[in-house]
Design a protein around this ligand. Sequence first.
Ligand code: GRF
Length: 195
Amino acid sequence: KRVAILISGGGSNMVTLVDSMTGDHPARPCLVLSNNAEAGGLAKARARGIPTAVVDHRPYKGDRPAFENALAAAIAPHGADIICLAGFMRVLTAGFVTPWQGQMLNIHPSLLPKYRGLNTHARAIEAGDNEAGCTVHEVTAELDDGPILGQARVPIHEGDSPEQLAARVLKQEHALYPAVLKRFAAGDRTPITLG
Ligand code: GRF
């Protein structure tokens, strides 16, 4: 299977996914694409010899379908079977998602269905939760929705800052996403739970 990974920033999840696709793993990375030309992850992808692309969303301001058509056009030449969103910070509408439905994954830094959207760690702390975590799910046109393929749980400690919790969750993201992708690429969609 050929995997295109979409990023917007540092790409730490992308790096762990790329570095996991070796040996008998049923998938290989075919493209790393960012909506942000300054994304630190692009240099990491290039250092690993992976084709990269940039589709800046700003010229398409106010015309989401045009941005999504440009995304699709940038991905098409690489023959991707699977798309992994990894720190990709643009909302994708049904126009892009529907053709990929069932073959597109995302990692979200909360225990969905709790805390869809942004600022998940601050919200969990604010709510007084005693645990947090991350979720890998199939992408649908509903934001941070779709069938859950894996979750990893971490404790929230007394006095945790959002940054401290984010760092603890990110470690689990780096364990969860590669584990889910390996199964998913082999056709196994049985949900897994870590921690
Ligand atoms: C992480 O907080 C992750 O939860 C979310 O995007 C952020 C950056 O991820 N998906 P990355 O380091 O760019 O993979």
